[in-house]
Design a protein around this ligand. Sequence first.
Ligand code: ADP
Ligand code: MG
Ligand code: MG
Length: 878
Amino acid sequence: MTTRKSIYFFARGQTEGRADMKNLLGGKGANLAEMTSLGIPVPPGFTITTEVCTAYYANGGRWPEGLDEEVRAAIRRLEEVTGRGFGKTEKPLLLAVRSGARVSMPGMMDTILNLGLNDETVEALAKEANPRFAYDSYRRFVQMYGNVVLGVPSEEYEKLIDEVKARKGVELDTDLTAEDWKELVQRFKQLTEERTGKTFPTDPEEQLFGAITAVFDSWNNPRAIRYRELNKIPGDWGTAVNVQTMVFGNLGPTSGTGVAFTRDPATGANVFYGEYLMNAQGEDVVAGIRTPEPISKLKEVNPKAYEQLEEIRKILEHHYKDMMDIEFTIQDGELYMLQCRSGKRTALAAVTIAVDMVKEGLLDKETAIMRVDPEQIEQLLHPTVDPNQELDVLTKGLPASPGAAVGRIVFTADEAEEWAARGEKVILVRNETSPEDIGGMDAAEGILTARGGMTSHAAVVARGMGKCCVAGAGEIRIDFEKKEMTVKGRTFKEGDWISLNGSTGEVYAGAVKLQQAELSGAFGELMSWADEIRTLKVRTNADTPRDAETARRFGAEGIGLCRTEHMFFGENRILAVREMILADDEEGRRKALAKLLPYQRDDFYAILKTMEGLPVTIRLLDPPLHEFLPHEAAAQEEVAKEMGKSVEEIRAKVESLKEFNPMLGHRGCRLGITYPEIYEMQAQAIFEAAAQLAKEGIEVHPEVMIPLVGTVEELAFLKARVEQVAKDVMAKAGVEIPFSVGTMIEVPRAAVVADEIAKEAEFFSFGTNDLTQMTYGFSRDDAGTFLNDYREKGILRFDPFQTLDQQGVGQLVQLGVERGRKTRPDLKVGICGEHGGDPDSVKFCHRTGLDYVSCSPYRVPVARLAAAQARIEEKGQS
Ligand code: ADP
Ligand code: MG
Ligand code: MG
């Protein structure tokens, strides 16, 4: 037996629990106690603690010693408070036995109502109220107890009810008479005994002990275990058990039961929102047997109960300072509260309620900021699937990039561009995407891939574009020849309509209805409060002026990562790029690079101009060169023709560039070391664009970033060349441009020798995608399959490519910051991996003293909010 108290009583004037005791009393028990203390009418009862449940399991599934006596004592106390007797044939006390974990776990256990009824007590109840009500309650009890405690399927009882209804030619439960229910009780018991081989318990105490044990056991039923896995709830928490006096919504037409939210959980509007059903009990409201009425109707039907409910709504909101989800019952015109908890809400509602409550004086700004889940607010920025429609779900993949998309199927990037140019809306369906597909991805409404994970090319690029993407939908089979795909036996051809839900990963047949994202006033207001509080800056990863503009609109304070390789794929450019790769000597390469220079200059000009006044970190060429050459024979022939070379030559070059581990191969600064002329051309383009803008009176702050540095020598070698180019360009143009040269820290060695590297680097940007890949030794592109196994088997609790591994990779970040700043105290430090937009990772970056995070445009508001929360949490600790 635990040494602590195992039972907490709640009744007017005798309440022992409080709302902040959820760990011990469960959410339901803690709030029942709190409401009772607030003077709200709650039927009295008691809560058996979660510790008792844990002790039950420690005791090998037996009640801890002494619990039976304590339960008996609590029942006696309840009898005194209510003036009723448990199992008595005069004024019988009936009970509800309800589970209640720390957090709500729907489907863990069904509640048992009307416990304490048997053939004698039911007669007493019939005399006290009326027979129909008494037998309706009795059959409910036998059905619930038989189902929940004894394991007889509910449908079998329902079948018997349907038989009687058919025989009598009636449709509704409420049409059945006392005699009908009385007959059904006997048949229910018979059924139960047939199915279980035991007599149905008539002793109320035996019923109660059985129900309590069933609640303990329900903690470890397969549904509950599955739910805990999905929601990361520890298995050792245990559940509390609430034993509560019954109140009756099935007493007749002046009784009823209902559920409500104190505000609209979809929009956040400050209106009472809910449903009720008269002459009903328990889950009748949600069971769909009869259609419930909107709460506004109660105002007409039972103004007194409605007024009480309105009053309680106010009391609860003022007390909890939150939007609450409540359950209530009206017994013969009297209102009773049976549950309250913080209400689940959409992102829009969360933001609206938080801001409204500040204006109503219920919350301060900081609390309001803490109330909104940063992960949720990205929903507000994308169009979404309208939930009010029938959806034909084809299959489910990974929710790779949120939002929704509707369009006609195309299977190649080229077709996506062609169709879009004709004004068609298309969904690009691929096995996976590659850098060559960028144009088509951009033209498509959304992207669907059969393979690949959350950090696959399709996923990363789509998030960057703020474009809906469902990745890794493994049930899809694409036949590129026939231009069709099959999903679970259904075939879709090019041009057929489908829809994607990037927030759930669902794929739908046909064109679904979308609802437009609304940047409501409240959202803007909340973000401005976040900006006042946070100290961590938020930049964006953007490669195009359009992305840069989107990000500025969402509040980005600079570009943390501008990748230059995407610019190489544009028309005409890719030719020059290939010419450069195929050149035999430096002279040939310089000739090809000279053709690229004007394109790159224009790109940088546009981006720097869009980001006027803000810093722009430009990363020099990073991917291995083979990515720019075609691998299929047909495409190789085409390139040969274009270049005036032989196919053999092209094939030989592709062959010679092949690497066993391209991600650990000839890429990043290693290319710059082999071919300094490439980086020199890029630097020239950057500084010429900057010089032009400076002359036009536009303030620019280019930051040149050298990727994949592992030794200070690499950086010194390349930095000297970049600085030389800058000097030459500025001298020629006659302008001074404030600029800096720094590096990405993405090779683990760089983090370790950060003090050395900081001698050359004027800033660090942690490239946590590569850093994670190289620290774990997991290939970003291939790890998808076994990472799933790792997740399922509990080896990894999260995907380290999505959430920064603070224990391992994070330590390298911390080390890098410390050592870097030892050499250069004013070293500017940021992060530009996918993690820059993940709330937990953003908070880690704040605590580690980074100056900024950088993330895709649509994550910018997410990061701003997370950064504010990190600051508030920090203040709370000091
Ligand atoms: P859940 O956790 O699934 O919401 P509850 O314990 O809240 O389960 O019980 C479900 C329903 O049973 C309640 O919404 C209410 O209608 C009914 N109920 C629970 N306790 C009582 C009670 N003491 N008196 C009358 N009805 C009750
Ligand atoms: Mg339920
Ligand atoms: Mg409930």
